[in-house]
Every structure is written in structure tokens, then in C-alpha cells.
Design a protein around this ligand. Structure first.
Ligand code: ZN
Length: 157
């Protein structure tokens, strides 16, 4: 099995370290986004994960995002050796790839969005959002938006 199964708040996620390929069936995960998979394959603020909703299957293509400067290469090593701690994920938000359309300029932008409906990190979500750097404006027209976007995948589609 590609990736590394980790447990956070009693829930299992499959974590992919920098450069690791998703398994073939990972491409069947809900919300699988090839552009996001490629863009975040080796990224300083993002790690790809396969999560779940209520049942163990199907998997959902998601991403953990940090804006606190945590060294994700060190986290990769800790995850690979099983030496990670849940506190390593204190600064993380669970996100999914979505296409959003700017209400001001109508440009479509693909972003990682925080899904407030997720169970993981739900209890600590307000403080996680407060301490996180969000993408505050549309990358096309610079008009501020209220989306909980943390990273732009590609703009101007
Ligand atoms: Zn715009």
C-alpha cells in the first residue's frame, strides 16, 4: 500500500510524503484532482492525504495545509518511522480542491478550501482558522473574498 496510514483524533488518514505517488485506486477517490495531485506532490505547505467520510470507503482526496512554517520534510520522516505525534498536526487544516468563481470578476480559480463540515479537527477549527494564513483575495482581480481558501492550485482557468 502506497502512503502511510496515520491516526489523528482517532480517525485514519493515508498520508503521502513529498514525491510519493498515490496508488492507482487513489485516482478513484472522491474529489480526486490531478492538477492538485501534481501541484502538491512536493510542496512546502501541503501534504496530500486520502481521508474518509463516515465509512472506511470510498476514500476522499484531501490535503493537509500548514501556514506556520513547519518543516514538512521532517514531518515526512516522522510519519515514515511512526514517530509523529498528533501535536505535529496542530497547525494543520484539512482541505479539499475546489473550483471557485469570483463574484467580482467571474474568474474561475482552483483552490484548496477548508471544509467546515469535516469531523477531523472540528473541535479546534475556530482557533486553527484564526492562526492560519488564508488566501484573502481573488488572485485575478485582488478583490477580497470571504472563502476559507488556503492555497491556489491554478488561476485563470
Ligand atoms: Zn476576481
Amino acid at each position: 500500500m502506497a502512503g502511510h496510514t496515520i491516526s489523528l483524533e482517532g480517525r485514519e488518514l493515508v498520508y503521502f510524503a513529498a514525491g510519493e505517488d498515490l496508488p492507482e485506486n487513489g485516482h478513484c477517490a472522491i474529489g480526486y484532482d490531478p492538477a492538485a495531485d501534481e501541484a502538491f506532490r512536493d510542496h512546502e505547505r501541503v501534504r496530500r492525504v486520502l481521508g474518509t467520510l463516515i465509512h472506511p470507503t470510498p476514500k476522499v482526496f484531501q490535503a493537509l495545509h500548514w501556514s506556520d512554517g513547519r518543516d514538512l520534510r521532517l514531518l515526512d520522516s516522522a510519519v515514515k518511522s511512526g514517530a509523529y505525534d498528533e501535536s505535529d498536526f496542530d497547525g494543520a487544516l484539512l482541505t479539499e480542491a475546489h473550483m471557485v468563481v469570483c463574484l467580482s470578476c467571474s474568474a474561475a480559480t482552483r483552490v484548496l478550501l477548508v471544509d467546515a463540515g469535516q469531523v477531523l479537527f472540528h473541535r479546534t477549527l475556530p482557533e486553527r482558522l484564526r492562526s492560519h494564513a488564508l488566501v484573502a483575495a481573488c488572485p485575478q482581480c485582488q478583490v477580497p473574498w470571504t472563502l476559507r481558501a488556503v492555497e491556489v492550485i491554478d488561476a485563470g482557468a
